[in-house]
Design a protein around this ligand. Structure first.
Ligand code: CTP
Length: 402
């Protein structure tokens, strides 16, 4: 870690790594130790820490630490550290480690908005990315003082999730990190919309947002610029992802359409309510004394997915839908899904069999990805991240090569 106030959050990140069985060597800069002292890092990692290349020289730490690492995560990465890394300076143990590492390197920048937006930092970030480094977009929110803006370190749990996704995928692909979505902008919707009856009551659904968040997280890990339009989801913002929070189907539509204008792909993982009340009471609806019940008249919401597929925001966008289906007397799950793919006009349809309420809120998912050309890819029961990777693989196959 380098010397930013967010160094205290790196303690939590370190704990996540060690508690999940990883062997972690902490390499702070001298400035990082001004924020959190060496004893904390040594106690949490179970190893001595050094900022300089002059300790334990016989073990050649300035070369060995980088060479032996499966992953390097710099969190927080200050503007100064990014500049040094971009220019290949090596005046302490951390910058030496960055030059000797051949594994994936993730930078999680944290700084004031002005520093992040400065042309010097923009150029350094672009240089690092062009060399294959993963520079996570900082989160927006409260900064060191009372001010807010872009520049916060993403939540440690989310940096950890991105790191473990990189490690797992690297293992699967023989050590490579594939930044195959770099330079692409993708839009993901997640969660379930609410349609208000009055200021306190709404019609909603059981969507947890987990699959949409897994899609956003995995796309960011593969280098994409990601906009996540989230309807009523309580999960932490994925690292490096721009999150737009909405409540109703109309708001979801507005923000998905706005973000899709220049997007390469849009994945509608959200469950928008199909109907909304015709009248929304501005006052809380009261019980009547005569025991009567109010009648609620509903009207159909626009179909965001079908609208996007019919009136495409650009000529190369890949449009992906989800379908939660159950088989019935008129056809199997796949029969209904094939009909839905045609009806919606999307390029890919991810089909979940929800007979018995499976999927909702579960960590795992099982699906079939149907394509317009009639092909079907079965994805066996596994993590929602694993399904997300298959979806991005299929999306990449449909995108024009850049
Ligand atoms: N969807 C949408 N806008 C809506 C409803 C659904 O964009 N108003 C999208 C969902 O995000 C999902 C896909 O359409 O990607 C399929 O949703 P589903 O509810 O299965 O489709 P429906 O058209 O509502 O079909 P059904 O009559 O089977 O409920």
């Amino acid at each position: 870690m380098s010397g930013g106030i967010a160094a205290y959050k790196a303690c939590e990140l370190l704990r996540r790594f060690t508690e999940s069985g990883h062997d972690v060597t902490v390499v702070p800069t001298a400035a990082a130790l001004e924020f959190v002292g060496a004893p904390t890092w040594a106690a949490l990692s179970g190893k001595p820490v050094s900022t300089e290349v002059w300790a334990s020289v016989h073990e050649v730490p300035h070369v060995r630490i980088g060479q032996e690492a499966a992953l390097v995560v710099v969190a927080p990465a200050t503007a100064d550290l990014l500049a040094k890394a971009a220019h290949g300076l090596a005046d302490d143990l951390l910058t030496n480690t960055l030059l000797t590492a051949r594994c994936p390197v993730v930078f999680a920048p944290a700084m004031h908005t002005e520093m992040w937006e400065h042309p010097a930092t923009r150029a350094n970030v672009a240089t690092l990315r062009s060399r294959g480094a993963i520079v996570i977009e900082p989160a927006e929110g409260r900064l060191t003082g009372a001010d807010t803006g872009k520049g916060r370190l993403p939540e440690p749990g989310e940096i950890f999730a991105l790191a473990t996704d990189l490690l797992a995928r690297g293992e699967e692909l023989g050590g490579a990190t594939v930044q195959d979505l770099a330079g692409r902008h993708v839009v993901v919707s997640a969660g379930g919309t609410r349609e208000y009856l009055d200021p306190v009551r709404f019609i909603g659904n059981r969507s947890s947002g987990l699959q949409g968040y897994a899609l956003a997280r995995t796309a960011a890990a593969r280098g994409a610029e990601v906009t996540l339009v989230a309807a009523n989801v309580t999960l932490p913002d994925p690292a490096g992802v721009k999150v737009v929070k909405v409540e109703t189907t109309a708001q979801l539509q507005e923000h998905v359409l706005e973000a899709s204008t220049a997007a390469d792909a849009v994945v509608m993982a959200a469950a928008p309510a199909d109907f909304r009340p015709v009248d929304v009471s501005i006052h809380k609806i009261k019980k009547s004394d005569d025991g009567g019940s109010p009648e609620i008249r509903l009207t159909q919401n626009p179909d965001i997915l079908a609208g996007l597929a019919a009136d495409r925001p650009n000529d190369h966008i890949v449009v992906v839908g989800f379908a939660a289906e159950t088989g019935d007397a008129t056809g199997s799950v796949l029969d209904h899904a094939r009909a839905k793919l045609l009806r919606k006009g999307c390029d890919l349809l991810v089909v979940n069999d929800v007979g018995g309420g499976a999927v909702f809120g579960s960590e795992d998912n099982e699906a079939v990805v149907l394509a317009k050309d009639g092909s079907a890819t079965s994805v066996p029961l596994g993590s929602k991240a694993a399904l997300a990777h298959v979806i991005w693989d299929r999306v990449l196959g449909l995108l024009p090569q850049s």
